[in-house]
Design a protein around this ligand. Structure first.
Ligand SMILES: [Zn+2]
Length: 96
């Protein structure tokens, strides 16, 4: 099983993945665990340039976005470092 470093504090994630997390998992003993299998949810840091309204803003910004998936219920998604993400699609969420 893949191991994840302990992540604490505020993390940047996609809103869609955050919504999925709320549906699929619960926060227990310091980690998010799958409601069905109790597997620890993987949070994979990937670097992405942040765009606004479909364009790269002046003063290029790159953020570490944590991609979430369940190692039992899902196949590991393909992550594409360097692919742009819209700022409006992201939220800053407390991990826990
Ligand atoms: Zn699951």
């Amino acid at each position: 099983m893949e191991t994840t470093e302990k992540i604490s504090g505020i993390i940047t994630i996609l809103k869609s993945e955050y919504d999925w997390l709320q549906d699929h998992a619960s926060f227990k003993d310091g980690v998010w665990r799958c409601d069905i299998t109790d597997a620890e949810i993987i949070m994979k840091p990937v670097q992405h340039p942040i765009w606004e309204n479909g364009v790269e803003p002046i003063g290029r910004e790159t953020k570490t976005v944590y991609h979430l998936y369940c190692p039992r219920c899902q196949k590991e998604p393909e992550f594409t470092p360097g692919s742009p993400i819209e700022r409006d699609d992201l939220i800053e969420a407390p991990n826990g």
